[in-house]
Design a protein around this ligand. Sequence first.
Ligand SMILES: Nc1ncnc2c1ncn2[C@@H]1O[C@H](COP(=O)(O)OP(=O)(O)OP(=O)(O)O)[C@@H](O)[C@H]1O
Length: 203
Amino acid sequence: MTSRQAYAPSLHLEKVVVVRGNRLVLSNLNLDVSAGELVWVRGANGCGKSTLLRVIAGLLDAYSGKVSAEGKLALADENLALDPNMTVGAALHFWAHMDGASLSDRDAALAAMDLLTLSEVPVRYLSTGQRKRASIARVLASGCAIWLLDEPYNGLDSASCAHLDKAILSHIAAGGIVMLAAHQSPSINVSESLVLDSTGRSL
Ligand SMILES: Nc1ncnc2c1ncn2[C@@H]1O[C@H](COP(=O)(O)OP(=O)(O)OP(=O)(O)O)[C@@H](O)[C@H]1O
């Protein structure tokens, strides 16, 4: 988290219900997350982990209930929001600029995800793991207080997993919030584990 955040971030979900297609995906979900917390969202395929992050990010509407966030949010999911025809450095700078972040924030994010040597490479040439690292770097460069990371470890080698762990630890130590959806237990300590069951309830 950067010094631009002048107040403590928080997330609050109250009786959130989400319907997708004709299916109840999240059912009466309550959640409170405070500054400095890492929440691991887990559960079986299709239980609603990605849906939850997208609802918090404001990309999907809840059918009912309340979602409120103090602080700016950044989401990294399977959709790579980087222009394939730009270089990695330019694509990340574009988003950092949109988020009100600086070139040095972008450079710090590139360094954190070990992408400096790929800065001049077009996004379309990246391998799967490199694309994932670039997607995470976009969140790191955003300066947002609340990170929503959907399966961020998928496709990463062990060195990149360690880079990501370090970035998450540093973000929560600085008072940020991380919501992390993953099937595997993160190797760093989580503050809370939110387990969704197949009917979208938290266990
Ligand atoms: N666009 C959509 N329209 C209708 N239903 C959808 C849509 N997208 C997802 N769903 C359904 O919503 C449910 C939750 O999907 P979601 O992607 O949130 O699950 P998940 O827990 O992230 O799964 P996984 O572990 O496989 O990534 C699934 O039953 C899925 O089929």
